[in-house]
Design a protein around this ligand. Sequence first.
Ligand SMILES: Cc1cc2nc3c(=O)[nH]c(=O)nc-3n(C[C@H](O)[C@H](O)[C@H](O)COP(=O)(O)O)c2cc1C
Length: 176
Amino acid sequence: MKKEAMEVLLNRRAIRKFKADPIPAELLDAVLEAGTYAPTGSGRQSPVIVVLQDEEKVNAIKKLNASVMGADRDPYYGAPVILLVLATDRAPNEEIAILDSASVTVNLLNAAYAVGLGSCWIHRCKEMFEKAEGKALLKEWGLDENLRGVCSIALGYADCEQPVPIPRKENYIIKL
Ligand SMILES: Cc1cc2nc3c(=O)[nH]c(=O)nc-3n(C[C@H](O)[C@H](O)[C@H](O)COP(=O)(O)O)c2cc1C
């Protein structure tokens, strides 16, 4: 069931415990399509969204991210699917490349919540694909080794209560 836009924007939360259940293809495709309609600089659609669903590829990224983090735990909280938002040379400069990827990531996160999925933005994507292991994975998957990591997302069904947001900080909004 689809949720209203404002409900999604206010109530989406980072999910940090996932069920192992796979995501139905139609829900995944709806989330991905929403990602492709995010605003990008000059409408150049510079990022690519790489979808990892098979266990071997998902585990390879979990291991790589954990090694960047320097911790022996799954940085993707058991999520069955990982989305990588990677920068390409379609952006005119690196600043736009990063902003475009962040924009796509936010659409993906909100769309996930809208279709009843849980998600969490996961850091260290840049470092993952600066490492030889990350570049080797891109090569193994038949992707351009020059893609740069910007954002990654843990995606799946939440295995926890919907988290309650912390209060918004004072003076977040400055009306002049
Ligand atoms: C740039 C960025 C990096 C993040 N990296 C991580 C991460 O590595 N692991 C994690 O659990 N959450 C990560 N998050 C999620 C934030 O911690 C989360 O969005 C924040 O605590 C607010 O919670 P909410 O999303 O539920 O509103 C990241 C969010 C952003 C925007």
